[in-house]
Design a protein around this ligand. Sequence first.
Ligand code: GLY
Length: 389
Amino acid sequence: MASRAPSADVVVAGGGVVGLSAAWEAAQRGLSVHLLDPSPGRGAAWVAAGMLAPVTEATFGEESHARMFLAAAARWPDFAARLTRATGMDTGFQACGTIAVGLDASDRAAIDQLLEFQRGLGLDASRLSASECRALVPTLSPAVRGGALMPGDHQVDNRRLILSLIEGCARAGVTLTTERVVSVASDTKGAATGVVTERGDTVAAGTVLLAAGAYTPKIGGVPEGVVPPVRPVKGHAVRLRAPGDGPAFARTVRGLVRGRHCYLVPRADGSVVVGATAEERGYDTTVQAGAVHSLLDDARLLVPTVDEWEYLECAAGLRPGSPDNAPFVGPTSVPRLAVATGHYRNGFLLAPLTAEAIATYLTTGAVPPPLDAYPVDRHLPAARTGSGR
Ligand code: GLY
């Protein structure tokens, strides 16, 4: 039977890395928070590799994102340390750096071009010869033609981080309900008053935050033209385990393999995340043989010993893509309704920055820089973002 939960300052619809981080940060600021997700942390956040890569994710045509990415990366050491202090859990944050390598001559040329672009933006990246690449990662294929070092592109163990955030939320008093939000509830003036769950229960709150990643536009009860355009971009990621104790190698390896992008992210426990496809297939999370094949093929061309590694799993998740590959964080035109979605390939990198922006918005009414440069209504037909509080 439908019931009404005690009201909270904020109700968060969606418990991926962004929703959990925002809930935790808001609770740290003394707000009462209720988060709903049928399976917290088990969507795209569970599939992700957890790369924190402001430089390697900076790409042509997205120059202005680089400042936001760097601001986000700068938050990570403190965010991870605070979460560990609050929970006693290791998040798996590692300041390991990244090397980008090219398999053939044209891959290498493409890396050189990107390097020039990244250095032009003032980003920290330097050219490496083939032998310098192999000195940093000895198991790289002798075929690798060279690459670049990005010493500030790090990683977090996505699954450890998610478990730490769930624990952190619990310890900070966040109410966590494992139910799906189906719609936003509103009053007669159209202001958001809470959310309605799949069981028909209403959770009332001062502010509603939609943070359901690619599923955000599926939440009902919101007039058309309010929720920003977010689409699912499918990513397959394979998990392997290298033999022996400790990580397979010391740095993240990003490769260009005959024009295809591939990455291998080594965890402290010897497992390695190999990713990722980027596919426009709607809301489909089927694991497909062809994707597993091409990821493994690219990985073994870069690191031939992959052939000897244990195969653990392959999963597919849905990144929340936005038209300009930048997120939507802040108020909508519906009073008391805010969103945090559209983080595309950078949910983990941007989570602490987003959480800080949401907590600041909830307590002051303003989204701080640099996310204020990306208003929620920038891709909506009639730009009309209101106070939303
Ligand atoms: N951040 C890497 C990916 O989305 O595959």
